[in-house]
Write a protein that binds this ligand. Structure first.
Ligand SMILES: C[S@@+](CC[C@H](N)C(=O)[O-])C[C@H]1O[C@@H](n2cnc3c(N)ncnc32)[C@H](O)[C@@H]1O
Length: 359
């Protein structure tokens, strides 16, 4: 099985090239720079760790990608340091530096919940000294509970969840809070710890398929009903932010049938040097704004998929604009005085009201 669990990566280690990040190989064919390079020790450590395991397209200034902070909103993300054509690989990491969050021997076609993933993350990596040491270069780059992060409804009061109004979202959000509470008790994990681990898993993990027959990764588009879904954390690749309507890259499996498989980021459009690299989150590559709030804690400004979600949402969805408790204008007025979690609640409500076709 090519994805590591808590053990060390299996591939042969190469000498650390110790190249520093930052800067551009060439300035032509580039866009104005909208980020500052992340030169923090934790990110440099991660780069060195990944280079030891033969990762490509990262680490040196001309390698292809670098971690940076958006100069406007300070959000950390991944940026191109050279131009790429559509279809080109920007960077890749070997599958054995992926941290599995699902036990492949018990996995089924059904996706385990993010809360189960949170339990496994704590039990297999964080609370196990040897694994924590092995993966420290990655773990040290993760957001922490004591710094600001975008809270998902797992962190909301029930009254705030109720304000989301859409029955299917309110139900899913309350169920997940409940599951965190139940599993924290049955697994003897402090509630706050599991709540945050669940957030890390929900907002950073990728779901991939592996073949039942030989436990190898499965090429995209070749998924059969007997394949198992497993959740993985992908160091460095999890620095990539989301774009609903303008993503320029996607996760791609290279040589999934071989032991030496790779997780790669591939350009879906031409990308100029300096441009932020974005993918579209969600297992199927389309995530509604409600789904983004549930799992990633933010509501995007644009999202073409929302209109379709409202139309095809079924009985659990609010069937018409009349079904909402407030009008768009009332929400706009509430927004002016809102703070904390209610900002995203109202942003989502207003966005869905605007997206819903009035025919
Ligand atoms: C997989 S991580 C991406 C890397 C992350 N920015 C970091 O610094 O580690 C997902 C998180 O990034 C942030 N994020 C990603 N895309 C975003 C977007 N389009 N707008 C606002 N926040 C975004 C959200 O906080 C989300 O939970």
């Amino acid at each position: 099985f090519a994805v590591s669990s808590s053990q060390s990566p299996k591939r042969k280690q190469i000498t650390n090239q110790g190249k520093a990040a930052g800067g551009f190989a060439k300035q032509n064919d580039s866009v104005p720079i909208t980020h500052t390079a992340d030169t923090s020790p934790s990110t440099q450590n991660l780069l060195n760790f990944l280079l030891q395991w033969n990762s490509e397209g990262l680490g040196a200034s001309d390698s292809g990608t670098e971690v940076g902070f958006d100069t406007t909103n300070n959000i950390r993300g991944l940026y191109a340091t050279k131009s790429f054509k559509k279809g080109e690989i920007l960077c890749k990491i070997p599958s054995d530096v992926a941290l599995a969050l699902t036990d492949p021997s018990t996995a089924s076609g059904e996706q385990e919940s993010v809360v189960d993933g949170g339990v496994n993350f704590l039990e297999w990596y964080v609370n196990k000294a040897d694994a924590r040491g092995m993966w420290s270069a990655y773990l040290d780059t993760l957001p922490t509970r004591d710094a600001y992060f975008d809270p998902t409804p797992d962190f909301y009061y029930d009254a705030e969840i109720d304000e989301l109004e859409l029955p299917m979202i309110v139900k899913a959000a309350k169920e997940r809070k409940q599951q965190i509470s139940e599993l924290s008790q049955s697994k003897n994990i402090p509630f706050d710890e599991l709540q945050f681990a669940t957030w890390l898993v929900a907002s950073r993990s990728f779901t991939i398929k592996i073949s039942v027959d030989d436990s190898k990764l499965v090429r995209e588009g070749a998924v059969s009903t007997t394949d198992k879904a497993i959740r993985v954390l992908l160091p460095y690749l999890d620095m990539i932010n989301h774009s609903s309507d303008n993503a320029n890259a996607e996760l791609h499996l290279v040589d999934p049938e071989k032991d030496d498989a790779w997780f790669a980021i591939r350009a879906t459009r031409p990308i100029k040097a300096g441009k932020e690299i974005t993918i579209s989150y969600g297992a199927s590559g389309v995530e509604t704004s409600a789904g983004l709030l549930m799992n990633y804690g933010f509501v995007p400004d644009e999202n073409k998929i929302d209109a379709m979600f409202m139309k095809k949402g079924g009985d659990d969805c609010i069937a018409s604009l009349d079904g909402w408790k407030t009008t768009l204008e009332e929400d706009e007025a509430l927004m002016a005085a809102a703070a904390g979690n209610m900002l995203n609640v109202l942003k989502l409500r207003m966005k869905l009201k605007k997206a819903y076709p009035s025919d």
